[in-house]
Design a binder for this molecule. Structure first.
Ligand SMILES: NC(=O)c1ccc[n+]([C@@H]2O[C@H](COP(=O)([O-])OP(=O)(O)OC[C@H]3O[C@@H](n4cnc5c(N)ncnc54)[C@H](O)[C@@H]3O)[C@@H](O)[C@H]2O)c1
Length: 310
């Protein structure tokens, strides 16, 4: 298939691009490099550096290429930033998606795969959450994902554009940067590799569902299967890990123990988070293959190697 990946220079988008190319697809990446890294883009992909909100440019690329599918990863991904700049967050995330949807429907794209987030559920303690749990975001970022999901559903209703919404849990792995939602693995790993103290927001007993980036890339690939019905799919492990437990695991894996500073809870942060993945298992035929310890082992090795080169 001929595929467009927006945000393909970013953490998750670059892994999706790799997985698509490995599976034999032709891939084009559109990225404005606002948080992405050019070197992460697979050499076999065509790269176009521009903002997805540039509707004219995006439409002409889609007309030329006649993409079969679009993976939309380009976004503003930081919860705290969205709390300070809700308008910029909405512009990036909602207007960016609309630009992609307009180009997609006008050029006959068959399917749009969208990266949503566990942030749509807000602070619901009844974990692991299923897809039919009520949406109640606690941040503008989460709200932008809820609105985006509704736009995808409306484009399907009005124009027949097929969509697959993947609600990611906290994604971690190689190439993760400070920007990603699952940034705590990146922040702790790079701090430990540099022998610096760790900062924990709150008491550290807040939990997250850490899902490995290569498993997330495979979930995206699974969303291309012809028999997958338009809908919402959680992409997580169902396992809750507290930030304190994560810190202990990383102390162990790195062989480094540093001081820990407990700071105030951050505005918009969720207390418990874990996603039920039964629907993705049954309908996408996907499961997270990578357990936390092996995933963190390779992730920490990656950041330690990066730190040694600096
Ligand atoms: N990392 C996580 O744990 C996580 C969890 C849930 C959902 N998500 C979602 O997954 C997607 C990818 O996130 P990520 O962690 O890889 O973030 P990232 O910041 O690493 O990647 C985003 C990419 O999009 C590009 N980009 C941003 N705005 C753009 C624009 N207007 N035009 C063109 N390119 C633009 C950036 O340069 C970057 O390369 C996002 O939609 C994010 O909301 C991430």
């Amino acid at each position: 298939m001929n595929i467009l990946v927006t945000g393909g220079a970013g953490f998750i988008g670059s892994h999706i691009t790799d997985a698509l190319i490995e599976a034999g697809h032709k891939v084009a990446v559109v990225d404005n490099l606002s948080s992405g890294t050019k070197e992460y883009i697979n050499k076999a992909a065509a790269f176009y550096e521009f903002d997805v909100r540039d509707g004219e440019r995006l439409l002409s690329l889609c007309e030329e290429e006649q993409f079969d599918a679009v993976f939309h990863e380009a976004a503003q991904t930081q919860v705290p930033y969205s709390q300070t700049y809700p308008q910029i967050d909405a512009d990036e995330n909602i207007m960016g998606l609309l630009s992609v949807l307009e180009s997609a429907r006008k050029t006959g794209v068959k399917r749009v795969v969208f990266s949503s987030s566990a942030a749509v559920y807000g602070d619901n303690p009844n974990v692991p959450l299923r897809e039919d749990a009520p949406v109640a975001p606690t941040s503008f970022y989460g709200l932008s994902k809820v609105v985006s999901e509704q736009y995808l559903q409306m484009y399907h209703k009005v124009f027949g554009l097929e969509y697959i919404i993947l609600r990611y849990a906290n994604v971690y792995g190689e190439r993760q940067g400070i920007h990603g939602e699952g940034g705590v693995v990146y922040v702790f790993s790079t701090a430990l590799a540099a022998g610096k103290k760790l900062t924990v927001f709150g008491d550290g007993e807040q939990s997250r569902d850490f899902v490995y980036v290569k498993d997330v890339a495979q979930a995206n690939l699974a969303a291309l299967q012809g028999d997958v019905r338009p809908g919402i799919y959680n992409i997580g492990t169902t396992v809750e890990t507290t930030v304190n437990a994560l810190k202990e695991i990383l102390f162990y894996l790195s062989g480094v123990t540093t001081a820990v500073y407990y700071d105030d809870v951050r505005n918009g942060d969720i207390i418990r988070s874990a996603l039920d993945n039964c629907k993705a298992k049954a309908q996408l035929h996907w499961r997270p293959h990578t357990k936390l310890i092996p995933g963190l082992t390779s992730t920490y090795a990656y950041f330690a190697e990066e730190a040694s080169r600096e």
